[in-house]
Design a protein around this ligand. Structure first.
Ligand code: CTP
Length: 396
């Protein structure tokens, strides 16, 4: 992952049980390429020691406003000077109250006041503390002050009660940080995508499908959401979690995929067909399980509609992007699909290069020619594809 490469992030950890999850958040942001600098409040240090965060971040941990390690003794200013954002996770009711008042009674709140970057807070507290009018007032004020409030979530709490107030999981917070820092090149746009294989029933327990993993489609849906788009992902059967900020409609057959796409594509700015839609389905699916007879069996197949071609042929089509997975003659077939389906852009790849894998190598085809994108992890490829399509869309 390189999505946070070159980013400097200040992670503020305050005194809540969820502080243990901040250790995992540190690890995830470091894994995504960020340089993470942890600031622990006195309360936070009661839950997790600085040593843990130092080991995970590879940087000294800051706890004291008067820390002499900073050459000019101005940790409260120097730490955030070149930071991309501050995320306070967990954020207690107390720290939020202090942020609202602009208090500077410890290093973290002073940093937040002296900052030159955005601030995100991930509240974590008992449900009654969360529901208290004072906390709700403070949250509303933080939002009005331009602070991004992430969560909290509902569920079981450390105190044994169940309700609103759990901190969002570290992976969700890491996604939110990536998303927050990403260029919003698709802001205000609605993107509809298809992903994964389809499953064409033969009888109630059998069917025809293919080996598409859905990884590329899911990576693209996530990249579009991070680029600020409203994203609807129409997905065939795959075992993958819904990407952060994406609405998923789950389907099985090509016909159901087509109906789902047509129900949401009217106001879409972009349609991306990534799904490996079955070109044929059994003409009739048996109502009951077919019993073995020992005889040769034939299944009559009938063509499925081409979802992408149908969307592209609409009177006012969205910007349509197709995928061409070929086993040979990539240029000829991909460019052929672009022209036949009247698409402004096609992403082509050789199946032997990437099917089911985490990385791939693709070529983007558009009216200006072919643009090879070197081998990379699918989520990085997805970002390159989104950048390319956003440029074409903007130039339309
Ligand atoms: N596609 C679609 N509906 C179909 C078949 C394909 O929307 N019934 C879309 C795919 O999502 C992809 C593009 O069309 O974006 C090309 O799919 P592909 O299977 O590679 O090509 P086909 O048009 O089906 O042609 P062929 O199978 O002969 O290569």
């Amino acid at each position: 992952m390189i999505e946070l490469k070159g980013r400097k992030i200040i992670l503020g950890v305050t005194g809540g049980v969820a502080a243990y999850k901040a250790a995992e958040l540190t690890r995830q942001m470091v894994k995504a390429g960020a340089s993470v600098h942890v600031v622990l409040t006195e309360g936070g240090a009661h839950f997790v020691t600085p040593v843990t965060f130092q080991a995970l971040s590879g940087h000294p941990v800051w706890t004291d406003l008067w820390d002499p390690r900073m050459g000019n003794n101005m940790a409260h200013i120097d730490l955030t000077r070149d930071a991309d954002c501050i995320i306070v996770a967990p954020a207690t009711a107390d720290v939020m109250a202090r942020l609202v008042q602009g208090r500077c009674d410890d290093l973290l709140t002073t940093l937040c006041l002296a900052r030159d970057c955005s601030l995100l807070v991930a509240p974590a507290m008992n449900r009654q503390m969360w529901q208290h009018p004072a906390t709700q007032r403070n949250v509303a004020q933080l939002v009005a002050d331009g602070v991004t409030v992430l969560g909290p979530d509902a569920g079981e709490q450390a105190c044994g009660e169940v309700g609103m107030g759990r901190m969002l999981e570290p992976e969700v917070l890491c996604e939110a940080v990536i998303s927050h820092l990403e260029n919003k090149r698709l802001a205000g746009r609605k993107v509809v995508l298809t992903a994964g294989p389809t499953f064409e029933a033969i009888d109630p327990v059998r069917g025809i499908t293919n080996s598409s993993s859905g990884k590329m489609g899911y990576a693209l849906a996530r990249a579009c959401a991070q680029a600020g788009a409203e994203v609807v992902l129409v997905s065939g059967p795959v075992a993958m979690p819904v990407p952060y900020g994406v609405e998923r409609i789950s389907v099985h057959s090509a016909l159901a995929m087509r109906d789902a796409v047509m129900s949401v594509v009217d106001d879409a700015d972009v349609f991306i067909g990534v799904a490996a839609v079955a070109d044929y389905r059994p003409a009739e699916a048996a109502e009951h399980k077919i019993k073995k007879s020992g005889e040769v069996m034939q299944i009559t197949l009938t063509p499925n509609p081409d979802i992408l071609a149908e969307v592209a042929a609409r009177p006012n089509p969205p910007f349509c992007v197709g995928f061409a997975a070929e086993s040979r003659d990539l240029d000829t077939y991909a460019e052929g699909k672009r022209k036949n389906k009247r698409l402004p852009m096609v992403v082509g790849n050789l199946v032997q290069d990437g099917l089911g894998q985490d990385d791939n190598e693709v070529v983007i085809y558009d009216a200006a020619g072919r643009h090879p994108v070197p081998r990379a992890a699918k989520h990085n490829l997805a970002r390159s594809i989104v950048k390319h399509l956003a440029e074409l869309l903007a130039a339309r």
